[in-house]
Design a protein around this ligand. Structure first.
Ligand SMILES: Nc1ncnc2c1ncn2[C@@H]1O[C@H](COP(=O)(O)OP(=O)(O)OP(=O)(O)O)[C@@H](O)[C@H]1O
Ligand SMILES: [Mg+2]
Length: 506
């Protein structure tokens, strides 16, 4: 057999955590091989060994049946393995083109040929069906656009122009590539993946979106607690098959009781911000979960940012429980607002601090007073957060950076839930979390609302919005096109409002 990548008996431990246990795996040319498993199952650790980020403790990596030591990302890239990491690695201050061509910018007479660089970036983005302006700084992009830039960058590494002869190994590893993409962007990514497959690229696809995995993959490998459960052809497998292999039990869907709307907790009245939202009027009551749906550029994120006090209205006004919005996040927090942004890496978490420190960082007054007891209180807060959110971690002193992606998300949400907010504003609440943990998070959010808090969910994941919300506010190009009851709404009815095809005068 002539596999592109063969893993033989790989092992990797971090202290007492045996993250990857004796895993064997092959990637063939021209196949999409999906890797699934619960949060902390070892997926990212496994791909980091193929990407040259981590060195295995034991076992072998073979490229075209030849053992290779991949000791750096550069070495893996040169060997033909391009990677899109779960946490994006773009440089905010650089342009889209500079990010995409980083490390392989076209050079003429010893200088970077910016025209050629722009053309290359534009071409690569076209493959993904998008025509982002390539000179925009990456820092100004929406989360989904950033993700597409990252993917374009990796595809660019596979088609490095200096490698005129096609390389024997051309592998693309995608770790949770769709976590920030809209439905439309996802479809275009899948089309690009299928095209790469036709060209003989081997693709490793890691995702918690199991229905997408079943539709896209040729073969699927399931990991549980670091070990392989099985590898099977995807044809004929169902998402239920995957779930039971991943968790070894059935995942129950939480029944949702009806909302009992309480007093108004927040109100937007005729709010306008040029280019973002126009004449927006919306009321959110205690006891309810309000979903905000819309395509990219609809202004759905702006609703979250306005409520959080991160952005201010240019016209109109915002009130919190009847009083004028204080206008900054810090003051809004004192008024009982919690805001969970969609970018956990830059806005939400201190990656190099411990779980315990992150648990209390939004609530420092509480521990600052405690003097001698401080360390102990912080420790307890970490222990509680781990237990409450079901975080998979060695202990509260573990740095957040060393947690798996889904477990980082649990810490992020957990630190805000601890504050028992009156108004919780969450973007992408279950980004990167596995299917079991997703149910847990949904239950916790519903419970918070049932205790009287108002919850606003902004998500690109329409099925999630439908499942979690009581009412759904749908936006199109900065305007509210309708507010629908989530129990009677369907993906189609929400999409019709989101695309501006119909307008519900409610
Ligand atoms: N640098 C590290 N130090 C300590 N432990 C680590 C480190 N990196 C990973 N781990 C641990 O290894 C285990 C596997 O983590 P990994 O990131 O591979 O999971 P995953 O399958 O990618 O999960 P997710 O779906 O949440 O991204 C986890 O228990 C994690 O906490
Ligand atoms: Mg991971």
């Amino acid at each position: 057999m002539n596999s592109m990548i063969t893993l033989r008996g790989l092992n990797k431990s971090f202290g007492a955590t045996h993250a990857v246990k004796d895993v064997s795996f092959t990637l063939e040319a021209g196949e999409v091989h999906a890797l699934v498993g619960e949060n902390g199952a070892g997926k990212s650790t496994l791909m980091n060994m193929m990407a040259g980020v981590l060195t295995p403790d034991s076992g072998h990596i073979l490229l075209q049946d030849t053992p290779r030591a991949l000791t750096s990302t550069l070495m893996a890239a040169r060997a033909g393995i391009a990677t899109v990491f779960q946490e994006l690695s773009l440089v905010d201050g650089l342009s889209v083109a500079e990010n995409i061509c980083a490390g392989h910018a076209p050079v003429q007479f010893g200088l970077i040929d910016s025209g050629a660089m722009a053309r290359r970036a534009t071409d690569l983005l076209h493959r993904l069906g998008t025509d982002l302006p390539v000179w925009r700084p990456v820092g100004s992009l929406l989360a989904g656009q950033r993700q597409l830039v990252e993917i374009a960058k990796a595809i660019g590494q596979l088609y490095h122009p200096e490698a005129a002869v096609p390389r024997p190994v051309r592998a693309l590893i995608l770790d949770e590539p769709t976590s920030a993409l809209t439905a439309d962007e996802k479809l275009r990514l899948f089309a690009a993946v299928r095209e790469l497959r036709l060209q003989g690229v081997g693709i490793i696809y890691i995702s918690h979106h199991l229905s997408e995995v079943v539709a896209l993959a040729d073969r699927i490998t399931v990991l549980r607690d670091g070990a392989t459960v099985w590898t099977r052809p995807a044809a004929g497998l169902t998402t239920e098959d995957l779930v039971s292999a991943m968790v070894g039990r059935e995942v129950l869907r939480a029944p949702r009781d009806e909302a009992v709307p309480g007093p108004e907790m927040a109100r937007l009245e005729g709010v306008t911000r040029a280019g973002q939202v126009r004449d927006l009027t919306l009321s959110i009551r205690g006891g309810e979960v309000l979903g905000v749906a819309g395509l990219d550029g609809s202004g759905r994120e702006t609703v979250a940012r306005l409520l959080a006090g991160v952005e201010l209205p240019e016209q109109g006004r915002i009130t919190l429980a009847g009083a004028a919005h204080p206008g900054t996040l810090r003051r809004a927090m004192s008024a009982g607002v919690a805001y969970v942004p969609d970018d956990r890496k830059t806005l939400g978490l201190f990656l190099d601090l411990s779980i315990a420190a992150n648990a209390v960082v939004t609530d420092l007054t509480q521990v600052a007073r405690a003097g001698m007891m401080r360390e102990a209180l912080i420790h307890v807060a970490g222990v509680e957060l781990i237990a409450d959110q079901g975080v998979k971690a060695a202990g509260p002193d573990m740095s957040v950076r060393s947690l798996s992606g889904g477990n980082q998300q649990k810490v992020l949400l957990g630190k805000w839930l601890r504050r028992a907010p009156r108004l919780l504003v969450v973007e992408e609440p279950t980004k990167g979390v596995d299917i079991g943990a997703k149910q847990d998070i949904h239950m916790r959010i519903a419970a918070l609302a049932r205790e009287g808090a108002a919850v606003v969910i902004v998500s690109s994941d329409l099925p999630e919005i439908l499942e979690l919300s009581d009412r759904i506010a749908v936006m199109h190009r900065g305007r509210l096109t309708g507010i629908v009851d989530a129990r009677s709404a369907t993906e189609e009815s929400v999409m019709a409002l989101a695309s501006g095809l119909v307008e519900d005068a409610a």
